[in-house]
Every structure is written in structure tokens, then in C-alpha cells.
Write a protein that binds this ligand. Structure first.
Ligand SMILES: Cc1cc2nc3c(=O)[nH]c(=O)nc-3n(C[C@H](O)[C@H](O)[C@H](O)COP(=O)(O)O)c2cc1C
Length: 336
């Protein structure tokens, strides 16, 4: 009830400003003290995936905390894991504002952010400062100005730099807001990417005596045949996890009235069934050899359970948090 009141006020503000405002407020010392005082600790429901111990199955999806500035505050909401990023080798502004839009009637969000971030070196500084003891994933991407033929290099630079500071590394090849990025999900481009990433992971493992799992984040707009192909390649290259899914470009998920001229990735409730369907196909073809992290439109305990019964080992939330607030996280953790 309390959050829905705050939401009314927040929704009066332009979405990106509201997003930054609420994160900044969460970081205030006084808010931290209040949260520590009022939020009862949650039951630990430990699970092991990718050889990592998760305190619970619910994670924060990439995009909320792009630069790892709010990890400790966000962790107070109860997340078992937090994925920061997408971060790129060099800082970049992202697309022109406004680039974030709400579709309130459908609990949807359209974003065309284009990876605004302060770069990988800045993220490392923030990770060094964090006191969060849960799992931290780092989601990496390519810079806008890097031609797609050289994209692999951007991922390798990020892996090398972040390796000692991440519990797992997520490779984002599915954002619809970076031109050509999604091409890396198909055919020889995918093979080449996975081969080089695996090679780098083995090299870093040998060098640092630390194994950092790799997850590949995919789009919900792939055909069944393409998902089956990706599954076969994930198994072949011994990739640790897959994150399904990123945002969609399928505006048919909105009614004609809700359709908008805004272009960008659609997330939230309209995406729910589509991403669950991707998880079901992955589950059938990965045969328990690759961890599945399910994300897309989780807005209730029921929808979280649906993702898990379709094959997700872990789940992540973004849009649901905007529409239902922190209580949603606690409800799901307790209920699962
Ligand atoms: C504003 C916004 C920014 C996002 N930024 C990223 C990002 O930088 N990297 C990424 O992999 N996914 C990003 N996502 C996608 C989410 O991580 C998630 O995959 C997607 O929104 C589906 O989950 P949801 O329906 O719970 O929001 C973003 C989503 C939103 C709404």
C-alpha cells in the first residue's frame, strides 16, 4: 500500500529522473538505517548453481545499477544476487534522452537507453568498495563506436579487467538498442564469440586460480530453431549459464491503443509469456547442462513460480520492481 502511494508520486516524474532519484534516496545513510531497523531478515534458501552459492533464487536484472553505485543499498531489498551493468570498455553517454517510457496500463516499460555507463574501470572501483556478500554478476557489452566485426574484442577486454571482481560475467548480445549487437546470436558470429570467450575464461582461470562462470543473455525475439541452435552451441562450448530474456521488439504484445511511436525494448508484463516460452525451449534442449536464469515480466509470486516450473534455476526482476516495489521481492523469496 505504502509503495503504491510513493509510486503515484514517482510516476509524476519523467521515468529516467524517477529511476535515478529513487536509487539516490536508497543510498542515503538515514534510509539505510531505517531499512536495517524495519526490514526483518529473510529466510536463507541456499542454492548452488554455476558452482556458486546463492542465498535465494531472486536476482536484480541488469540495467538498474549500470555502474555498481547502489549495490549495498539494493542488496537490502533481499536479492540473492545482483547483476550490474551493462558496462562497456569505455564510458559512453548512450542514446539521446528521453529514452525511457512507461506503459502504465500494461505494467510495461520501453527503453532505448543504449548502454549509458561510466566504463569498466569505474565499475571496478565501485565493486572494490561494495560490502555485499551475495553474488555479483557483471553484465558486459560493446561500445557503440566499436564496429560489430570487432565486438568480440570489447567483450574480451571487459572479461580480462573484471575477472577478479565478478562472481559471474554476463555477455549481453541481445540488447535491441545497440545497432547490430543481436547479430552475435546467430551462426558463425555466435560460434566465434563463444569460442573466444571460453578461451579467455580458461586463460584467466589458469592465471588467477579462480573460475568465473560465464552467462550469455539472449533475446526473446528468436525463433524456436534459433533457440535450439544457441542451446547446442552453449553445450558445445561449455558455457555456464544462459539468461533468458532481454527486452522484446514485438509490439504486437501491446494492444493497438497502447502501441506507441516510441522505439526500443519492451519489458514488463507484456513480455512475461514470451520469455517463459524461450525458457521452456531452452530447458528442453539444454538437458540440465547449462544453468537457466529466467527474466521477463515477473510481477507476482505466481509468475515467478511459472518461470521456475518452465525450467529457470534462478530468476531476475526489473520492471516488476518499478510497478510493485520492494515488497514483491520479499513476497517471492518467502513464497518460493
Ligand atoms: C530501463 C531498462 C534498462 C535495461 N538495461 C539493460 C542493460 O543495460 N543490460 C541488459 O542486459 N539488460 C537490460 N535491461 C533488460 C532487463 O535486464 C531485463 O532483461 C528485461 O527488462 C526483462 O525483465 P523485466 O520484464 O523484469 O523488466 C534493461 C531493462 C530496462 C527496463
Amino acid at each position: 500500500m505504502f509503495y503504491y502511494l510513493i509510486r503515484k508520486l514517482l510516476f509524476l516524474i519523467e521515468p529516467e529522473k524517477a529511476h535515478t532519484f529513487i536509487l539516490k534516496v536508497l543510498n542515503f545513510k538515514i534510509i539505510q538505517i531505517i531499512m536495517n531497523f524495519f526490514l526483518k531478515s529473510l529466510p536463507l534458501k541456499k542454492n548452488r548453481y554455476m558452482n556458486l552459492i546463492f542465498n535465494n533464487k531472486i536476482g536484480l536484472a541488469a540495467g538498474v545499477d549500470k555502474n555498481g553505485e547502489y549495490i549495498d543499498s539494493l542488496s537490502k531489498l533481499g536479492f540473492g544476487f545482483i547483476e550490474v551493468g551493462t558496462v562497456t570498455p569505455l564510458p559512453q553517454y548512450g542514446n539521446k534522452k528521453p529514452r525511457l517510457f512507461r506503459i502504465n496500463e500494461k505494467e510495461g516499460i520501453i527503453n532505448m537507453m543504449g548502454f549509458p555507463n561510466l566504463g569498466i574501470d569505474n565499475l571496478i572501483k565501485n565493486l572494490k568498495k561494495s560490502k555485499f556478500t551475495g553474488i555479483i554478476g557483471v553484465n558486459i557489452g560493446k561500445n557503440k563506436n566499436t564496429p560489430i566485426e570487432n565486438a568480440v574484442n570489447d567483450y574480451l577486454i571487459c572479461i580480462e579487467k573484471i575477472y577478479l571482481y565478478a562472481d559471474y560475467i554476463a555477455i549481453n548480445i541481445s540488447s535491441p538498442n545497440t545497432i547490430d549487437l543481436k547479430k552475435l546470436q546467430y551462426g558463425s558470429e555466435l560460434k566465434n564469440l563463444l569460442k573466444n570467450i571460453k578461451k579467455k575464461q580458461i586463460e584467466m582461470h589458469k592465471k588467477h586460480y579462480k573460475y568465473v562462470p560465464i552467462a550469455i543473455k539472449i533475446s526473446p525475439d528468436l525463433s524456436k530453431k534459433e533457440i535450439i541452435y544457441i542451446s547446442s552451441q552453449l553445450i558445445y562450448y561449455n558455457i555456464d549459464a544462459v539468461i533468458a530474456t532481454n527486452t522484446t521488439l514485438d509490439y504486437s504484445l501491446l494492444s493497438t491503443k497502447q502501441k506507441t511511436k516510441k522505439k526500443g525494448g519492451l519489458s514488463g508484463l507484456p513480455l512475461q509469456k514470451k520469455s517463459t516460452n524461450v525458457i521452456s525451449i531452452l530447458n528442453k534442449h539444454l538437458k540440465n547442462k547449462v544453468t537457466i536464469i529466467g527474466v521477463g515480466g515477473i510481477n507476482s509470486l505466481n509468475s515467478a513460480q511459472e518461470k521456475i516450473s518452465s525450467g529457470a534455476d534462478l530468476i531476475q526482476i526489473y520492471s516488476g520492481l518499478i510497478y510493485h516495489g520492494p515488497k514483491l521481492i520479499r513476497k517471492i523469496i518467502k513464497g518460493l
